[in-house]
Design a binder for this molecule. Structure first.
Ligand SMILES: [Zn+2]
Ligand SMILES: [Zn+2]
Length: 232
């Protein structure tokens, strides 16, 4: 993947239920992550209900949400949203575009064997180095008036890290015996790539990362520069 030399735009959009200040915080958090990883990417934000203007050719965030399948619990399936974004991007030959969708609805995804997780904060997928997709839900933070934006910042940087290809390093057994969702995550204190499965864990990572310099630890930053060598 290193040697990619086309310009990449990260396009942040949200459904109508997402607040402008939330989208602004998410876009700002991703911009900070881009800067701290020494990447050259453009981050653009749409208003609630829309993608940034130049993306008029793909379904709006609300249309994508309305087409997504739901779990029996009525929670939205993250995989369905990612697949819909991927299909849209393929039809419209979008290259060098990372789509970051924010929704206010509660989110889940299928367990590997059967059934669904009780919820997930977000999810991401990358069918190719030039087209990547992430979804983040604001739902679980809705009652945290004072900390909501801070928590969204941490989670936006986490999902963006996955978009950059951070999926954990071999030989790191720190999550051995834990739920499968912990796999593919960093264990370093303060790193946005630590796995978080509860608001408490988000709070912990948000707190730790505020004390450190930038969202990603040195190991994760090195991983990013290996993948995006052309940019660093
Ligand atoms: Zn993750
Ligand atoms: Zn890390």
């Amino acid at each position: 993947m290193s040697g990619t030399n086309i310009a990449i735009s990260v396009l942040v959009g949200g459904t109508c239920g997402v607040l402008l200040e939330e989208l602004a915080e998410i876009a700002g958090a991703i911009e900070d992550a881009v800067r701290s990883a020494n990447l050259s990417m453009d981050v653009k934000r749409g208003d609630p209900g829309s993608w940034p203007q130049e993306l008029g050719c793909i379904d709006s965030p609300d249309t994508i949400l309305s087409k997504a399948t739901r779990a029996p619990s009525r929670q939205v399936c993250a995989d369905a949203l990612l697949a819909l974004m991927c299909g849209n991007a393929r039809q419209n030959c979008l290259e060098g575009v990372y789509l970051f969708l924010t929704i206010h609805d509660d989110l889940t995804c299928r367990k590997p064997a059967e059934g669904y997780y009780s919820f997930v904060f977000g999810s991401s997928g990358f069918p190719s180095s030039r087209k990547r997709f992430a979804v983040l839900s604001t739902w679980r933070f809705r009652d945290y008036t004072d900390d909501r934006l801070r928590f969204l910042r941490t989670m936006a940087q986490h999902e963006f890290g996955h978009m950059l290809g951070l999926v954990g390093r071999e030989g790191d057994g720190a999550y051995a015996g834990k739920d499968k969702l912990y796999e593919g995550h960093c264990t370093n204190e303060g790193c946005a790539m630590k796995q978080v499965l509860s608001v408490c864990e988000v709070q912990q990572v948000a707190h730790e990362s505020a004390l450190l310099n930038g969202p990603f630890c040195d190991g994760c930053r090195q991983e990013i520069s290996k993948r995006f060598g052309a940019f660093s």
